[in-house]
Design a protein around this ligand. Sequence first.
Ligand code: C2E
Ligand code: MG
Ligand code: MG
Ligand code: MG
Length: 274
Amino acid sequence: YAAKRHRTTVEHWRPELAAESVTDLRLQSELRTAIDQGQLELHYQPLVDARTGAVRSLEALVRWRHPRQGLLLPGLFVPAAERSDVITAMTDRILSDAIRQAACWHREGWRVPVAVNLPAPVLAQDRIVEVIAGLLAQHGLPSHALIVEVTESAVMTRPERGAERLRRIRELGVRVAMDDFGTGYTSLALLTRLPLDELKLDQSFVHRVHDPRERAIVDAVARMAQGLELTLVAEGVEDQPTADVLTEAGFDLLQGYHFGRPMPPEMLAAAAAA
Ligand code: C2E
Ligand code: MG
Ligand code: MG
Ligand code: MG
């Protein structure tokens, strides 16, 4: 029996899984150091009014200024962080930095709301509501100047609990956006019951909007967002023709390289003043 069980174990041993977990462990421990040493920084990307082009909010996007590898994008380290506790410390730090920065802009008279990405393992924790409330109070930022972005999967792991947590975050006065919409499996029934303010259509749809069949989907999402009274956002807008189509389709806010790349806060303040 023992021999048989042993053999089963060996058959399920896949070298690529081992390699992944070793990489994960190394990354996670490097990330802990990075957080302590302040190597994580936030860049901010504008979301503009589709009709006027005015900046309506900024999304905070994390970057890792790695001592040897340069500036790393979140795709290289956020997934590994999400597979361990380190995502909690990382998100606390990101929330704190973003809220401090927004409060600073507010004091300077630039009352721009800032959006922070809230990953699934963090939304799953009860403490996050108090963490957000505490940071807003500590930095003196009005709650309506903070937006949290969650993904469908973060909510869908346990929809009732996810919806309840979002409701409590929203009771603080913080706005809630559904990020990467269209890539997950949110049922339309659930969507009507989720406490949401914004719907961000995933870039994959935005990039294909000039295809008539894709355009039909985008139009349907736009009508749905209107019916649910959600602010509708398009991510990944890279050119004017795409911006025009989305504006005509009824999108409220546009985000993408066409309007501005994610930038360090100093550069944004300069761009806003210009
Ligand atoms: P996201 O939240 O959907 O962020 C939008 C991503 O699209 C960003 O990539 C942004 O730089 C990129 N983007 C913006 N405009 C354009 C465009 O016109 N064309 C194209 N091709 N891309 C555009 P980034 O910064 O690499 O972030 C990727 C993902 O990593 C984010 O997707 C989000 O899921 C995650 N992420 C970023 N920052 C954070 C963070 O602070 N915390 C957590 N938990 N996740 C984060
Ligand atoms: Mg986002
Ligand atoms: Mg997104
Ligand atoms: Mg996306």
